[in-house]
Design a protein around this ligand. Structure first.
Ligand SMILES: [Zn+2]
Length: 217
């Protein structure tokens, strides 16, 4: 846990200026993101609680999961959230060649585009690298394909079993601010922490008159 900070330091953001770490705004807006779904029950639970707070978010879906659960994928879109690409097989950029990496992104893109064909819905050109790991070559190639690479301002550490669910909620509550992009996961692995922390985060920032918006760039 000590290796990766909860809040992305300015120096890291400055090193990778082409990646998006937060949205530059003074408005009380927060951008929740959910990686690794769709996942039965967890994603639908997430959609329900977001709706309760009139909150929109962005879901970075794994193509293979979209293939398995197309109905949940469509449900995300119907509720007005944004969809981004998180590769077909959750590839770790540092361990894949540029070509393999791009092919995996394209595969996920195909799977998702087919499902929105002839509908009013569209997929945003947003990409989040699994594990946050992407080489500069891969990054350039992805940007050349007209994707915006979305990193984060605050990590909830919901996937980390050594982080208590209270700390997971406090991580986000203490570190998020106007324009923050926050990472949660709608996965089984993260469910215990996420399902505790997300309602707390929604409650806390709603009381402070923040709005939760989907990324549309
Ligand atoms: Zn992921």
């Amino acid at each position: 846990m000590a290796l990766v900070p909860t809040k992305t330091p300015k120096v890291v953001k400055a090193l990778f200026p082409k990646y998006i770490w937060n949205i530059d705004t003074t408005e009380k807006v927060i951008y929740l993101t959910f990686d690794d779904g769709p996942t039965p029950e967890i994603t639908t639970w997430t959609l329900d609680i977001l709706e309760k707070y009139n909150a929109k978010a962005t879901f970075f879906c794994i193509g293979a999961n979209v293939e398995k659960y197309p109905d949940i994928f469509t449900e995300i879109l119907k509720k007005g959230h944004s969809i981004g690409n998180h590769t077909q097989h959750h590839l770790k950029g540092w361990k894949a060649s540029k070509d393999v990496y791009l092919e995996d992104i394209e595969k996920a893109e195909d799977v998702m585009r087919k499902l929105v064909l002839n509908s009013k819905f569209r997929i945003q050109n947003l990409f989040r690298p699994p594990y946050g790991k992407i080489t500069s070559k891969q990054g350039k190639a992805v940007i050349n394909k007209d994707y915006k690479i979305i990193m984060w301002d605050v990590l909830s550490f919901d996937w980390d079993n050594s982080v208590s669910k209270q700390d997971c909620a406090n991580n986000v509550i203490s570190k998020a601010k106007e324009g923050s992009i926050i990472v949660f996961h709608d996965s089984l692995k993260s469910a215990t922490n996420m399902q505790y922390a997300l309602p707390k985060v929604l409650e806390y920032f709603s009381e402070k008159k923040y709005r939760f918006k989907a990324l549309k760039l």
